[in-house]
Ligand binder design. Sequence first.
Ligand SMILES: [Zn+2]
Length: 284
Amino acid sequence: MPGRQIEAVERYGKFMLLRLSAAQGKTRAATNGDAAPASLLVHLGMTGQIAPSPAGQPLEKHTHVCMLLDDGRELRYTDARRFGRMAYLTKTLLAEELTGFGADPLEVSKEEFTQRICGRRARIKALLLDQSVLRGVGNIYADESLWKAKIHPARLGARLNRKEAETLRRVLQDILRKAIVLRGSSISDFLDAEGEPGEYQRHHRAYGREGQNCYRCKTRIRRAIVAGRSSYFCPKCQPSPRWFTMLPLPRRGKNGKEKDNAETGRMLRPGRSKRRSAEKKRKI
Ligand SMILES: [Zn+2]
């Protein structure tokens, strides 16, 4: 990459896209591939961090990539769990890599959102997480937006009516915009490029709140596995489809802490249908 400038840093779904200029100056011959503009596509995985550091500063543990910048600093990538990914891509390779991604949730129109969601017989939670439907929505923001829109995570996309789909799009956009302003949610050790943790976790209404009261109706937030992921929801505000099973609430010890309980998170108990009769009759 010598001789290239980072011209822009963009968000692309869950990836960071660093646009690199054409190679310039004497280093032109030493470039990887041709000298045309290229890109770095970076995914931080669970624990990745990318930030500039003074070149003289000792490397932190789990530093995997160092890129020397022209101001003497180094752009360093650290990743303890190594789920992250970084690819250097020429224009054609980048275009190939980006096909298959769904719509940007902040830019998607009402019509396209409705068509992508309501035309599918998969569960709404799975659709929100599917990067080929929408790019960039993860587990936290899927649960938060479904809670806000009062839609149960296990409902099928095709069973949502137009109004519900429109509400979901609106609240998803509100939540993502607010989370971006607050630099995301730091659940374990996420830090942004300035080395600051996110603050959106203080605004979570469903995610990670199992057993705590719903902010709307005071019913206890429950958890279930939907689309292979822990999903948090209010069983009252977000009526479930028939035959839906949720996980039993964790038993609590005298000090209010969760007991180490082997059945927590594993045993499924048949749930009762909470669906109202009007919903049963509705066919979409
Ligand atoms: Zn509620």
